[in-house]
Design a binder for this molecule. Structure first.
Ligand code: ADP
Length: 265
């Protein structure tokens, strides 16, 4: 079983609201299809919320403590965010189905709940059943009910952690728009040093996260989730999904430049 995350940064234009990157989407869909045609495999796809989900989540401060009197507004914010990420998911699924990929959306907001922004409940039996029937379950960054905060945002990266912890996949891959983890943001620092392996947040010079609106934590949030997994003995790899054929190669277990997140050396 492979769990593949495709970052919102690849699928959407993060600088403009709610715009899908159709060319990337089509290319990635076709790379996944080629790999599945080459050799059958169980695949779960997770995608980020990108420019669809982050603006409403930020506008309504979803995940922050609020007064009871603000509930009606927060509830609408929850709905707006849920609807925005659902739209992105529909566009992604549409492109994947066009390519012949049997994707089925399983939104986190429909079956998961959290406590203090961490997923604490979410039965994955339907994932297993869909996988057995040859489908590709797709789940994405979403809003969910929270036992402490009423509502919160769940990132695609936290979903990766939860799914991997509970389903024990053979491979966990995160496709983003940089080659992997550097000691500082490679988009803003020409001298950033690349890590083949990464095992501690202490190795980061700056903890600035990401360059744009991402209430879920950007690269730092990603690494934190993957370090949890590493503690459980599950290795993961961050690769650049903007580089042509990288997704195909990684699904085929071929060597691709990237950062392996693990606790050992
Ligand atoms: P995605 O949407 O693909 O999940 P994000 O935009 O949340 O990804 O995070 C990836 C971004 O994190 C990169 O585009 C990069 O600019 C930024 N970033 C910040 N710090 C680092 C770092 N130390 N190493 C790599 N990328 C970093």
């Amino acid at each position: 079983m492979i769990i593949l995350k495709i970052g919102g940064s690849i699928l959407t234009n993060k600088d403009s609201v709610s715009e899908v990157d159709a060319a990337s989407l089509k290319r990635i869909a076709s790379e996944i299809k080629s790999s599945l045609d080459n050799s059958p495999k169980e695949l779960i796809i997770v995608h980020g919320a990108g420019s669809f989900g982050h603006p409403p989540a930020k506008k309504y401060k979803i995940g922050e403590v609020f007064d009871k009197s603000e509930y009606p507004q927060k509830r609408i914010g929850f709905c707006e965010t849920q609807n925005a990420v659902k739209k992105l998911n529909m566009l992604i699924c549409e492109a994947f189905i066009e390519e012949g990929l049997p994707v089925v959306a399983i939104p986190a907001s429909s079956f998961m709940t959290a406590t203090n922004k961490r997923i604490t409940q979410g039965n994955l039996d339907s994932f297993k059943r869909y996988l057995k029937k040859g489908f590709i379950p797709v789940i994405y960054g979403d809003v969910v009910l929270d036992d402490e905060l009423e509502i919160c945002v769940i990132s695609g990266d936290q979903l990766i952690q939860y799914l991997a912890m509970n389903l024990n996949p053979d491979v966990v891959v995160l496709g983003t728009d940089v080659d992997g983890v550097y000691n500082k943001n490679p988009k803003t620092h020409d001298d950033a040093i690349f890590f083949d392996r990464f095992s501690s947040l202490d190795d980061l010079d700056t903890l600035e996260g990401t360059t744009n609106v991402d209430v879920t934590g950007g690269m730092v949030g990603k690494i934190k989730e993957l370090l949890y997994l590493a503690d459980l003995g599950i290795e993961s790899k961050i690769i650049n999904a903007e580089v042509e054929d990288n997704i195909f190669k990684v699904l085929e277990n071929e060597n691709v430049k990237g950062t392996v997140i693990s606790r050992g050396n």
